[in-house]
Design a protein around this ligand. Structure first.
Ligand code: ADE
Ligand code: ZN
Length: 337
């Protein structure tokens, strides 16, 4: 099963580039930028990655970002991610970045964006990985701050395909960002939002009704509301599910209780993603492997998740059809031997 997963063509649609910051690289960049980390060693930093909820994680995640200063730092971070997933049969990525987490530290929007974007261009050239960049608004900050961030993105519409919403969910409902999402849509951006990770199903409904999102990031708590599940199925709204993230952040108590099989059974358009792989213990293939046993190692179901990753991507219909054909060819070859 491991080798089936390793070669299965797939897309990643829920990945925070700042969440790919491996401790080894963090120490290297800290040294380059003459920053002293509050940890003695790579091992000590690894040991700090024990979270009891989303906020616990976010505190360490924002602290880690602090090391990123130059365009080269953002390039190196993104390049390290691409090198890893180029070994995982990942052929398309749509990655999040958190501009406010950098701008508030005095790092310009362009420094972060251009560093990330240049590495993605190189990844397309060298590894054939197509890409899109989605900038997220930090929901613990104000609507006004989000508007200012959207303004910064306008000269870079050629490099940013969409806007998202992340950070501390509880107490920060999607409704707080209705107007800024309306403006983002008007400007032609795709729209997505984290909802139903820790927050109630009502936040998913708000994301659909008020923000008019095209995908829900996570969406686990939809299962508490049968009418909502029915709607998500009928409207074919993709849910970007992140198994290792869910267990690491205690959204799910144990992988054996992960809702993915129930989600598939309900007909929801789900796929697998890694969220913040450096912090949660695995990139895309490790997430597929973590869930595989729950799906009885059924190759058809694993391939279905890969197909969903392309169906749900912001790709042209032509590119979707070509990518899905590759998944189906791969499955056919593996089912015949
Ligand atoms: N930022 C990075 N990872 C996140 C997650 N899983 N939920 C909310 N905000 C995030
Ligand atoms: Zn996320």
């Amino acid at each position: 099963m491991k080798s089936f997963i390793e070669g299965l063509p797939k897309a990643e649609l829920h990945l925070h580039i700042e969440g790919t910051f491996e401790p080894e690289l963090m120490f290297k960049l800290a040294e380059r930028n003459a920053i002293t980390l509050p940890y003695e060693s790579v091992e000590a930093l690894h040991e700090a990655y024990n979270f009891s909820n989303l906020q616990d994680f976010l505190d360490i995640y924002y602290q880690g970002m602090n090391v990123l200063r130059s365009e080269q730092d953002f390039y190196d971070l993104t390049w390290a991610y691409l090198q890893r997933v180029s070994q995982q049969a990942v052929t398309h990525v749509e990655i999040f970045f958190d501009p406010q987490g950098h701008v508030e530290r005095g790092i310009s929007f362009e420094t972060a964006l251009i560093g990330i974007y240049s590495a993605l261009q190189q990844g397309q050239k060298q590894f054939g990985i197509s890409f899109g960049v989605i900038m997220c608004f930090l929901r613990h900050l104000s609507e006004e701050d989000a508007f200012e961030t959207l303004e910064m993105a306008l000269p870079h519409k050629d490099k940013i395909i969409g806007v998202g919403l992340d950070s501390s969910e509880a107490g920060n409902p999607p409704s707080k960002f209705t107007r800024v999402f309306a403006k983002a849509r008007e400007e032609g951006f795709h729209v997505v939002a984290h909802a139903g990770e820790e927050g109630p199903p009502e936040y998913i409904i708000e994301a659909l009704d008020l923000l008019k999102v095209e995908r829900i990031d996570h969406g686990n708590t939809c299962l508490q509301d049968a009418a909502l599940v029915k709607r998500l199925v009928a409207e074919k709204i993709p849910l970007t599910v992140c198994p290792l993230s869910n267990t690491k952040l205690c959204v799910v108590d144990d992988m054996k209780n992960h809702p993915l099989p129930a989600m598939l059974k309900a007909g929801l358009q789900v796929m697998i993603n890694s969220d913040d792989p450096a912090y949660f213990g695995g990139y895309l293939n490790e997430n597929y492997a973590a869930i595989s046993g729950l799906l009885d190692n059924d190759k058809n179901l694993l391939a279905k998740l890969a197909v969903n990753s392309f169906t749900s991507a912001f790709l042209s219909d032509e590119n979707k059809v070509a990518a899905i054909a590759k998944v189906n060819d791969y499955l056919a070859r593996h089912n015949s031997n």
